[in-house]
Design a protein. Structure first.
Length: 78
């Protein structure tokens, strides 16, 4: 499980520059039952497109690159 979490964090780090160029960011919170929980930060925190970034960017890449990931959710909505 630690290897999976390390890979999740590395993959999110590769995506962060897309969010940061618009003043936002994403932070890994936890991995549980195949779901990655992230917290949107900066401009992304209150942005109405935050969930679109989670599903359309972060989730798509994590599903492709990290075995065992079945979804991504906004940690602030749990």
């Amino acid at each position: 499980m630690e290897d999976t979490i390390t890979l999740i964090k590395q993959t999110i780090d590769k995506l962060r520059h897309f969010l940061q160029k618009d003043g936002g960011d994403a932070e890994f919170v936890k991995f549980e039952d195949g779901i990655v929980y992230v917290r949107m930060k900066g401009a992304c925190q209150d942005c109405m497109f935050a969930n679109e970034d989670i599903k359309g960017l972060i989730e798509v890449i994590l599903l492709e690159e990290v075995p065992g990931v079945i979804g991504v959710r906004n940690a602030d909505e749990i």
